[in-house]
Design a protein around this ligand. Structure first.
Ligand code: NDP
Length: 332
């Protein structure tokens, strides 16, 4: 991490790639820890929020200038002195953006069994944090009732596409938006009933025709949230997952807030980190098998090489990713 951005993060400026530090893979002391070879790293929207001045407090700590940025990854353990993990294990957790690293403690990491033989990248996508977000918040807050109409934004990404599938599995009518015709085609293939490109069709016009909505899964905020408030049914549940339209300094106004009162809406903001202790075990028991069966479809936007991480971070913020953004750092 090199510099706090004012708008979109810029590769080579906000973050820089370098090869100055090396590690002796055979002899570097582990001091009771374990040495990991990174295979895949996840690029997620919330990374932008960590690119801030360290004095500004938020739910996730700011990145430290001059240090590697960190996020979810999967890697293979090369050597270990920690009894919880052994050489050859595949582990999931928060990784520094580095090809190899040593961690002293296994806290926050998990050994992946992967009985289904899924590609490792899936464990940072629909079988990882984004999938866990959709799965746990839907169970906690959707309060599904027969005949409900659901609206999902950023529906082609790993969170939104998972929500579409959960809503269809519950037999609901799903309205979904995405930012390109190509993304919309994928969302249609998930079974969503009404799919539109919000850049060429006004969200409010679609909801006026297809609503009112009983459940709103908000990934974007701004104009789409405003339209959802306007066309919400009485007592609708709003699952406030993210507001990416404002992450890069260009937040759009939301004018219909009085609808929260007038329609007695239930607004639930949440963080996956808080919900996960309750849902993690059932998630890992159930979801990888459902992905392997083809029930949860997903698309991935894979870049090969750690040096492309900065580009991928920019693309996710600008909506230029097509599916779950992943950096393939190394093959097995
Ligand atoms: P995606 O892979 O879907 O990538 C983000 C997408 O957001 C972009 O591809 C783009 O899609 C859309 N987008 C970007 N800018 C705008 C804009 N100005 N207006 C409308 N859409 C925009 O991301 P994820 O599935 O990983 O995450 C989706 C949301 O979930 C994010 O808001 C994220 O912060 C949130 N999240 C929240 C968590 C929590 O614990 N609360 C945990 C994980 C994610 P398009 O082209 O369709 O516009």
């Amino acid at each position: 991490f090199n510099e706090v951005p004012t708008g979109y993060p810029e590769p080579g400026k906000t973050t820089v790639y370098d090869e100055t530090e090396t590690i002796d893979l055979d002899n570097a002391p582990l001091n009771g820890g374990f040495l990991v070879k990174t295979l895949v790293l996840s690029i997620d929207p919330y990374l932008r929020g960590k690119m801030r001045d360290a004095s500004v407090k938020s739910y996730s700590p700011a990145f430290e200038k001059g240090q590697p940025i960190e996020n979810f990854g999967v890697g293979v353990v090369l050597r270990s002195e920690n009894p919880k993990v052994k050489a050859g294990d595949h582990v999931y957790g928060i990784f520094p953006f580095a090809q190899y690293f040593i961690r002293p403690s296994f806290d926050g990491f998990r050994v992946l069994e992967n009985k289904e033989g899924l590609p490792w990248s899936v464990y940072v996508g629909v079988a990882g944090m984004p999938g866990q977000t959709a799965y746990s918040a839907w169970k906690e807050y959707a309060k599904v009732q027969k005949g409900d109409v659901v609206f999902v934004t950023a529906a082609s990404g790993p969170v939104g596409s998972f929500v579409v599938r959960l809503a269809k599995a519950d037999g609901l009518k799903v309205i979904a938006s995405a930012g390109s015709d190509e993304k919309c085609e994928f969302v249609k293939s998930l079974g969503a009933d009404v799919v539109f490109n919000y850049k060429t069709t006004k969200t409010a016009d679609v909801l006026a025709k297809e609503g009112p909505i009983n459940i709103f899964w908000d990934n974007v905020g701004g104009e789409s949230l405003d339209a959802a408030l306007q066309y919400a049914a009485r007592g609708a549940r709003f699952l406030e997952c993210g507001m990416i339209s404002g992450y890069n300094g260009q937040a759009q106004p939301v004018n219909n807030l009085m609808m929260i009162v007038a329609k007695e809406l239930q607004i639930n903001g949440f963080l996956v980190f808080s919900l996960l202790p309750k849902y993690a075990e059932e998630f890992y028991r159930e979801v990888p098998a459902r992905i392997a069966s083809g029930e949860f479809k997903f698309i991935e936007d894979v870049k090969k090489g750690l040096e492309f991480a900065g580009h991928a971070i920019y693309e996710v913020q600008a909506g230029k990713n097509h599916g779950k953004s992943v950096i393939q750092v190394a093959e097995e």
